[in-house]
Design a protein around this ligand. Structure first.
Ligand SMILES: [Cu+2]
Length: 113
C-alpha cells in the first residue's frame, strides 16, 4: 500500500507539495447495539471506508430478538443474555445495512456516510 501511494504520488508530482500521511495502523471504528426488547439504538451511523466493528449485546431475553440477522453480511448471531458478539466489516459510502430478528419484527440499520 505504501509503495503504491508513493508511486502514485511520484507520478502525479505530489511529493514535495503534500506530505504523505503514513499512519501506523488503520483506524477502526466501533459501534454498539444493546438488545433489550428492542435495539438501542435502532440506527447506527458509521464512516464509510473505515474498518468497523459492530457489537450486539443481549441485555434481556428478547425472544426471537435474541438472534440478530445481518443479511448484507450473511451473518446470524445467536446470543444468550449477557453475551456480546461482534461483526467486522468496512462500510461502503451511502451503504445501509439492515439488522433484524429472524422474523423481522425488530429492525435496525447501519448507515455509512
Ligand atoms: Cu422477531
Amino acid at each position: 500500500m505504501k509503495n503504491i501511494f508513493f508511486s502514485l504520488a511520484l507520478a502525479s508530482g505530489l511529493i514535495g507539495t503534500v506530505a504523505p500521511q503514513v499512519s501506523a495502523k488503520p483506524k477502526v471504528q466501533t459501534a454498539r447495539v444493546v438488545i433489550d426488547g428492542s435495539y438501542k439504538p435502532e440506527s447506527v451511523t458509521l464512516k464509510a471506508g473505515i474498518p468497523a466493528t459492530l457489537s450486539f449485546t443481549l441485555k434481556s431475553d428478547s425472544g426471537c430478538g435474541n438472534t440478530v440477522v445481518i443479511p448484507a453480511l450473511k451473518k446470524t448471531l445467536a446470543l444468550k443474555v449477557g453475551q456480546t458478539k461482534t461483526v467486522s466489516f468496512t462500510p461502503k459510502k451511502n451503504q445501509t445495512l439492515a439488522f433484524q430478528c429472524p422474523m423481522q419484527m425488530l429492525n435496525g440499520k447501519v448507515v455509512a456516510r
